[in-house]
Design a protein around this ligand. Structure first.
Ligand code: SAM
Length: 238
């Protein structure tokens, strides 16, 4: 997968793209990220990307021309580019959206700043608006990073054990069961006996039930969207 990020702050991404599993994935070439400075697509001496909003009001707006040039030139790089504008007004990101986007070959992410981008770019060149939640941050860079981390985890080979992605919260539709590690007794708090029993079938049942319990407590709406077995339903009914 190839991801182009259009931003006025390419330096924002320097460290995040070097560290952890994302850094390793980039080194291994499992995905490719290309930082594109929007100012490189300005044709004026001062490389101005923004202007005042028509009709007055607060802040500045990204002008259409540099964005138009940047997006159209990047779209030519592949047969099936998919252009995403990170925006508080977009569909709120969830695992399903991340899964869909992880299937794309070429993503072009647009990071807004100030009051956002000229509406005509949204109408003509943007395939999808994605939000990281119902709140407003300074710019689309942090939102792009959130999106990239969600997507990268789903690319085969990025996360070591396939299981660790499949069994995560949301992948099965439920929240993940609680995890414990050594010591067995931490300040009098003991690891549940079943996890020390070596009985894998019993461990599976315990974990499924804990997932159901946690989901019911913390994200009950997920249960309505998840395929539950008769055993699950019996457990929840008690
Ligand atoms: N004036 C805009 C509004 O009220 O909808 C908010 C602009 S915001 C200050 C500047 C940029 O940050 C946006 O263009 C967008 O790229 C990004 N941004 C802010 N909040 C976001 C969110 N929740 N999800 C994704 N991007 C966001």
């Amino acid at each position: 997968m190839q991801i182009d990020i259009i931003t006025i702050f390419p330096e924002y991404f320097e460290s995040p793209l070097k560290v952890g599993l994302l850094g390793k994935a980039l080194q291994k070439g499992l995905l490719e990220i290309n930082l594109v400075n929007l100012r490189d697509f300005c044709q004026d001496k001062h490389r101005v990307v923004d202007d005042e909003p028509f009709g007055g009001g607060e802040g500045m707006v990204f002008k259409p021309e540099p964005l138009y040039r940047a997006i159209t030139s990047l779209k030519q790089k592949s047969k099936s580019p998919w252009v995403v504008y990170l925006s508080p007004q977009g569909e709120v990101l969830n695992q399903k959206i991340a899964e869909e986007l992880s299937q794309k070959q070429h993503l072009i992410l647009i990071c807004g700043r100030y009051e956002g981008i000229d509406e005509r770019i949204k109408e003509t060149l943007i395939d999808q608006e994605v939000s990281i939640g119902d709140y407003v941050v300074f710019g689309g860079e942090v939102a792009s990073l959130v999106l990239i981390e969600c997507i990268a985890r789903l690319i085969p080979g990025v996360v070591g054990k396939k299981d660790s992605v499949e069994k995560e919260s949301f992948s099965s539709g439920l929240l993940k069961y609680p995890c414990y590690t050594r010591p067995r007794d931490f300040m009098g708090l003991k690891v549940p006996e079943v996890l020390l029993s070596g009985n894998h079938a019993a461990i599976e049942v315990y974990r499924r039930q804990k997932s159901l319990e946690l989901t019911l407590k913390k994200r009950p709406h997920l249960l309505r969207q998840t395929l539950l077995s008769q055993e699950d339903l019996n457990f929840l009914a008690n």
